[in-house]
Design a protein around this ligand. Structure first.
Ligand code: SF4
Ligand code: SF4
Length: 479
């Protein structure tokens, strides 16, 4: 059927001109980078699986407890009161990413991103194993496809459980697995939804996550400069492209060669398109740096193999920089390479400074709800106050509240000391009863001390009461 409205130019590598999906089945190109990426990927998969089981300081290595707004990272727990610390930590992370991208381009995407790691080193290998290598299995039987999706489903269930372990902890996850879903329907629905998403992602959406969804790919254009490490095609060396012909070796094997005699000015690229057919995002790196390039180096391995067969120098496609390829020199020292580490150092110093100032508990004094103060019998004044304590220590702690004024009585209706579980926050209602005469100007400062086995802090609080001086002025009873 004729296409009604064809795009004037190429839009997406995963899109055919008629708008249908162009399913990519990248060919595997063995080589030095594939080997290294494989090692890195399997180490990362092992780490991702093991981390939920590990502990540092008796706490999970990583636990992102969204329900309780507590994030444990490498044994340190960020509590809801640690907004500044968490913000500094996140800023450190972002600036580090900026720095790594400025220096090494999209190295994260091609080598360490879970999307690439699981797609290229778990799901695609399984696909090749079950359906056959691309190009050979022209038509995949329904049985093979069914087996593939069953295996994918098992992998997705495993991945969803591992993923959830980072948010609920491995103990809770085990508890859920061993009991009926009816006992924890919400958790089961979340697990089923994550499994469905994994299946959709790795079974259907695939490389489109990198091409159209991931915000990091969009950001790279502002984070990269001409000296950043990227996968580049050496235009000068490769162009004009030669025509490739196949000739028989004396042994009968097929070898690659080019018609050098017919086209003497020919470049090193023989237009075999192996760099294109191996690309997991379906692009042609010979068209220059593109947003879709995840820097995975598969095209380097593919082209190197061709160059070796032709007896030519490898590296027609290589890790390099735009500046190095176009101008012949590369510069490490440039403003952003100084600015990012400087900013990072400032952030790390601020983080350490704030972190070092943290006690074993956070104490915040809040004014009570309702009237600012109440007059009581005998000229006594009562102030309501709330003391919010977050126990940051890893053990149950008892906190004793006291004030520094001899005439004042500090009343804690729920009892003094107050016991708080590790990591928990409690807001304690406190009543401070004081004689009216101390309020010479409508208020008086008081020190509230909070002590426990590991804590001894004092905060200033301003009690409010009747303004005695005004009362005197009103009656005209001035001395
Ligand atoms: S162009 Fe090369 S480095 Fe970029 S995504 Fe494709 S194969 Fe990977
Ligand atoms: S693999 Fe190398 S030789 Fe073949 S088309 Fe790509 S750049 Fe040219």
């Amino acid at each position: 059927m004729a296409t009604l409205l064809e795009p004037e130019e190429h839009v997406l590598s995963t899109l055919n001109k008629d708008g249908s999906r162009n399913w990519l089945r990248p060919k595997l190109s063995p080589g030095r980078f594939l080997l290294r990426r494989r090692i890195v990927a399997y180490i990362l998969i092992a780490l991702f699986t093991i981390i939920p089981y590990t502990k540092i300081n008796d706490k999970p290595t990583i636990l992102l407890d969204i329900a309780h707004r507590e994030f444990t990272i490498f044994g340190f727990t960020f509590l809801p009161t640690d907004t500044l610390l968490l913000a500094l930590f996140m800023l450190c992370l972002f600036v580090s990413i900026f720095l790594i991208t400025a220096l090494l381009g999209r190295i994260w995407c091609g080598w360490a991103c879970p999307q690439t790691v699981y797609m290229e080193f778990l799901f695609r290998p399984l696909e090749r194993l079950i359906e056959g290598a691309p190009g050979r299995a022209r038509k995949t039987s329904g049985l093979r496809r069914t087996i593939k999706y069953i295996v994918y489903f098992i992998c997705a269930v495993y991945l969803a459980h591992t993923f959830l372990a980072y948010f609920v902890g491995i103990e809770t996850l085990f508890q859920w697995v061993q009991t009926s879903p009816l006992e924890h329907p919400t958790a089961f629905i979340v697990m089923a939804a994550v499994t469905g998403l994994m299946l959709f992602d790795f079974g259907f959406f695939r490389e489109q996550v990198c091409i159209v969804m991931c915000p990091y790919g969009r950001f790279q254009s502002v984070m990269l400069d001409r000296n950043s490490l990227i996968v580049t095609y050496d235009q000068e060396r490769g162009e004009p492209r030669g025509k490739m012909k196949r000739k028989k070796k004396p042994t009968g094997d097929v070898a690659l060669d080019v018609l050098q005699e017919e086209t003497p000015a020919v470049g090193d690229c023989v237009d075999c398109k192996k760099c294109v057919t191996t690309c997991p995002t379906g692009i042609d790196i010979r068209n220059g740096l593109q947003m879709e390039c995840i820097g995975c180096a598969q095209c380097i391995d593919a082209c190197d193999a061709v160059m070796k067969k032709l007896g030519r120098k490898i590296g027609l496609i290589r890790y390099s920089s735009q500046a190095a390829v176009e101008d012949g020199h590369w510069s490490l020292l440039r403003p952003r390479v100084f600015l990012y580490p400087t900013f990072l150092a400032i952030l790390i110093t601020a983080f350490i400074f704030v972190f070092a100032g943290k006690n074993s508990a956070d104490v915040v004094l809040l004014r009570g709800k309702g009237r600012p103060f109440m007059m009581m019998e005998g000229g006594m004044v009562s102030n309501q106050m709330r003391v919010k304590i977050t126990n940051r220590s890893g053990v149950v702690a008892s906190y004793t509240l006291a004030d520094n004024l001899a005439d004042c009585e500090l009343v804690v209706p729920e009892g003094n000391p107050v016991t708080i579980d590790p990591g928990a926050t409690k807001t304690i209602d406190v009543l401070i009863v004081s004689p009216g005469h101390i309020f010479s100007e409508g208020s008086v400062p008081i020190k509230i001390g909070v002590t426990s086995a590991a804590l001894n802090v004092e905060h200033t609080y301003r009690l409010v009461g009747p303004d005695e001086s005004r009362a005197v002025e009103k009656t005209g009873d001035t001395p």
